[in-house]
Design a protein around this ligand. Structure first.
Ligand SMILES: Cc1cc2nc3c(=O)[nH]c(=O)nc-3n(C[C@H](O)[C@H](O)[C@H](O)COP(=O)(O)O)c2cc1C
Length: 291
């Protein structure tokens, strides 16, 4: 299917875009109006956009249904401060409950069963149960339109970051496996980040990878190696050379059994290289492919 966005109704645009631009982290925003009424609502149109200055943006949209605005937006226009509480798996149902359209006077901390904790620099309270909280100053609110579905960018400068000790390892670093973020996808779908679905991709930050276009043709056009496999192989700074000290029993067996049939041998080498790449053994995979 291919859509021209101008031909879609607003609800359809929302439906397709929210399913495909996913997963989105969730900002659980605590705000306050000038009378001191506290509000707590989740927003998944949210992300980090700058670290120096430290800027995060979330977007309370105009309702598609009736073009009304959200209390959170009204609050930040009155008191330009917000605590962004990061949403984790153990709180997701309470967070969802807080997204009901309660009246402006209703405090969602009470409705959803969260504990308010004073922030140190700003007026809105933090959510005690949240393991990460960002005290922020709202530096700009940028409306993106005037009709239902239009977002309002709430551009926030992070002043203070609170991280629960349970997330920190013995070296004082954040252990990503302990946070258990949840993220929003389309409709009622969410996903949970935990050890079972986390993986590393080595960052090519200083040296340039050779690129897929520089891989030998037999590798680049392999029917066995995947795009991910080629990405791993092409992230070396130069094509490796045969290492005479490299010894591998499986490689030896392949060479022995298939030497009379070069096509079969290439296929077997690629299958074995793929297995090594899936174990993260890029150097070994290169040695196999160099045969
Ligand atoms: C996980 C989650 C994410 C949401 N993300 C957004 C969002 O990014 N923008 C938005 O306008 N509404 C979003 N909503 C809906 C608002 O939370 C909901 O409209 C809420 O009632 C707004 O509260 P308020 O009027 O008290 O500010 C989300 C709801 C949930 C449960």
């Amino acid at each position: 299917m291919i859509f021209d966005l101008k031909d879609l109704k607003t609800a359809e645009k929302q439906y397709y875009l929210q399913h495909v631009i996913a997963p989105r982290p969730i900002c659980f925003a605590s705000t306050i109006d000038k009378e001191g009424n506290v509000n707590l609502s989740p927003f998944s149109f949210f992300n980090l956009f700058s670290t120096h200055p430290p800027i995060v943006i979330f977007s309370p949209s105009r309702r598609v249904r009736d073009n009304t605005t959200k209390h959170t937006l009204e609050n930040v226009l009155e008191v330009p401060e917000v605590v962004i509480n990061i949403v984790t798996y153990d709180m997701v149902h309470q967070v969802s409950l807080s997204s009901c359209e309660f009246s402006k006077e209703t405090n969602e901390f009470i409705k959803a069963g969260f504990t308010p904790e004073p922030a140190t620099l700003i007026k809105p309270p933090m959510v005690k149960e949240s393991k990460v909280k960002l005290e922020c100053k709202v530096i700009e609110v940028k409306p993106l339109g005037t009709e239902g579905g239009a977002g309002n960018l709430v551009i926030c400068e992070v002043l203070k970051l609170h991280i629960d000790d349970s997330l920190i390892d013995d070296n004082g670093k954040i252990d990503q496996r302990n946070i258990h973020h949840v993220a929003r996808l389309g409709g009622d779908w969410y996903c949970k980040v935990d050890e079972t679905n986390l993986f590393h991709v080595p960052k090519p930050n200083t040296e340039l990878g050779i690129g897929v276009d520089a891989l030998p043709e037999t590798i680049r056009n392999s029917k066995i190696l995947t795009g991910n496999n080629l990405g791993q192989l092409a992230n070396v700074q130069e094509i490796p050379v045969v290492d005479p000290s490299f010894y591998d029993t499986e490689l030896k067996n392949i060479i022995q059994y298939f030497s009379i049939n070069p096509d079969e041998m290439e296929k077997e080498l690629h299958i074995y290289a793929k297995k090594l790449l899936e174990e993260g053994k890029v150097r070994e995979a290169w040695q196999v492919l160099l045969v």
